[in-house]
Ligand binder design. Structure first.
Ligand SMILES: Cc1cc2nc3c(=O)[nH]c(=O)nc-3n(C[C@H](O)[C@H](O)[C@H](O)COP(=O)(O)OP(=O)(O)OC[C@H]3O[C@@H](n4cnc5c(N)ncnc54)[C@H](O)[C@@H]3O)c2cc1C
Length: 483
């Protein structure tokens, strides 16, 4: 094999040898590879996709956000522009152009990653990798040709795939997953979304804004149940305003196709049988770790009881020299969690002090309004028996929010009632995904609600709502009356 990286070595059997092989080129894997290269490790990254970026860049975070902003513009032009004195004779949307722009964003980012690999002198290998022994990987290239590679250490970062519902056959045409719902060629007249988590709500919003009649079915009593009920209630109201219909405590029992129309059978809240018909059904009930064929069976890779790869606190699996990061290990399946694990894992294997603070990982739903949270929710704090004080501040009392016509929602701050230590923040409102970073920073540094309330915030900004919510934990917000 021609070596474009002079730092590589070839052992006596002609096998190419690296310090580190990263298996999987998603956010966890490519970040690990870049950090390894920065630390001087001679590194290869393997992914079966032609381009790097994994789920996130190709069929996840990025394309969904591209569709969310385009559809939000359409919604604004149709429903809100006139409030600003802007009128259009007729607003129409061109789905082909929306999809073209989305693909262009994906192309730009995935090509950028290819460039970054080159500049960091990381060897990029395309094909399916399998760890067949400690320190040994067999690469099956897309043409079928195989190559044996050796590495002192290997990181497994093979990500996740969509979870399916028992007895539901996904035909990828009518009954689809997020993979297809990011690329519909026509706006479905009626769309049923099964699952009201982040992915279901984001894609449901996209298609509702583009004209679909969207019905969301959720098994739990509320949508996005990892946030507090006051937050999810507000989110549900806002999304209903966008045209989405919700059926909660609804258990899907059967999904099928009849006369070209998809049908969902379910038991509703009061255990009555109900039926929904649609042009497309999006199954968005979560994701599951993917390690199919990535490690030879005879190595007996240890899994947790939830089928994630079992690791110790240094990301080491039970196989010597094999580490695991990202969606395949415990914790929220989020790109930024995987990225930080990539950095921490490489630093640890290079003898440094890598660390991820799992108590300070933000979570965002990119609907309109956005929802963002970090740390404990009120519900969790109560379950844990922690005595808390709460501060809540509505965007309706924030000058910038009113000026921007974005006064829906609130910021909610939780602090320890005795020590004032910041424990958690939830924000529902425009720009929540950006606003949450400040709370993450305070949480990371072990700061207090008072710290957040005393920091000078530019005026007028939406971020002042977060400052005032922190002050409200002691009933001393300025722009709302005392309790
Ligand atoms: C629609 C959607 C929207 C999302 N939005 C967000 C968001 O806004 N924010 C967020 O934080 N997260 C979001 N996510 C989740 C996010 O995409 C994942 O958490 C993230 O991609 C996980 O990164 P990873 O590196 O662990 O795995 P992945 O990104 O899944 O990458 C794993 C890679 O490994 C490759 N691979 C697997 N096995 C092999 C093998 N044996 N040989 C070679 N290659 C292999 C796969 O091809 C894949 O490219 C979203 C997901 C979806 C589906």
């Amino acid at each position: 094999m021609p070596l474009d990286n002079p730092a590589l070595s070839v052992n006596h059997k002609g096998m190419v040898s690296y310090d580190l092989i990263v298996l999987g080129g998603g956010p966890a894997g490519y970040t690990a590879a870049i950090r390894a290269a920065q630390l001087g490790l001679n590194t290869a990254i393997i992914d079966k996709r032609e381009v790097l970026g994994g789920t996130c860049l190709n069929i996840g975070c990025i394309p969904s956000k591209a569709l969310l902003i385009s559809s939000d513009h359409v919604h604004f032009a149709k429903h809100h522009a006139s409030r600003h004195g802007i009128t259009f004779e007729k607003v129409s949307s061109d789905l082909a152009q929306i999809m073209k722009r989305k693909q262009e964003v994906v192309r730009q980012l995935t090509q950028g990653l290819g460039f970054l690999m080159k500049k960091n002198k990381i060897t990029r290998l395309t094909g399916i990798g399998q760890v067949v022994a400690p320190s040994k990987v067999i690469l099956t290239k897309n043409g079928g040709e195989q190559e044996e590679l050796q590495a002192k250490q290997i990181i497994l970062a093979t990500g996740s795939v969509v979870s399916e519902l028992p007895n539901v056959i996904i035909d990828h045409q009518t009954i689809v997953t997020s993979d297809e719902a990011l690329s519909f060629e026509q706006v479905p007249e009626k769309l049923v979304v099964i699952g009201a988590g982040a992915i279901g709500l984001e894609l449901g919003s996209v298609w509702a804004r583009l004209g679909s009649k969207v019905t969301v079915l959720e098994f739990l009593p509320r949508i996005a149940a990892f946030y507090d009920p006051d937050v999810t209630q507000a989110l549900q109201e806002a999304l209903q305003g966008e045209g989405l219909t919700f059926h909660l405590e609804t258990q899907v029992t059967n999904v099928g196709i009849k006369n070209g129309k998809a049908r969902v059978e379910a038991f509703n809240k009061v255990k009555q049988k109900t039926e929904f018909t649609a042009d497309k059904i999006l199954v968005a009930v979560g994701r599951k770790p993917y390690i199919e064929g990535a490690v030879a069976k005879d190595l007996r890779l240890k899994l947790t009881d939830r089928n994630r790869v079992a690791i110790d606190n240094h990301y080491r699996t039970n196989i010597p020299g094999l580490y695991a990061i990202g969606d395949i290990i415990n914790g929220p399946m989020l790109a930024h969690k995987g990225e930080d694990e990539g950095v921490a894992c490489v630093e640890l294997l290079a003898g440094k002090a890598g660390h991820v603070n799992y108590d300070a990982i933000p979570n965002v739903i990119y609907t309109n309004p956005e929802v963002a949270g970090v740390g404990l929710t009120e519900e969790l704090a109560k379950q844990k028996g922690i005595a808390i004080k709460l501060g809540k501040f509505p965007f309706a009392a924030n000058g910038r929010a009113l000026a921007n016509d974005q006064s829906f929602g609130f910021a909610k701050v939780l602090a320890d009632s005795k020590t004032d230590k910041l424990l958690g923040v939830q924000i529902i409102g425009s720009g929540a995904s950006e606003l949450i970073s400040e709370a993450v920073t305070i949480l990371e540094f072990g700061g207090s609600a008072e710290d957040l309330g005393k920091i000078v915030h530019a005026h007028p900004t939406m971020s002042e709502a977060l400052k005032e919510a922190a002050l409200a934990t002691d009933n001393r917000a300025f722009s709302i009356p005392p309790y």
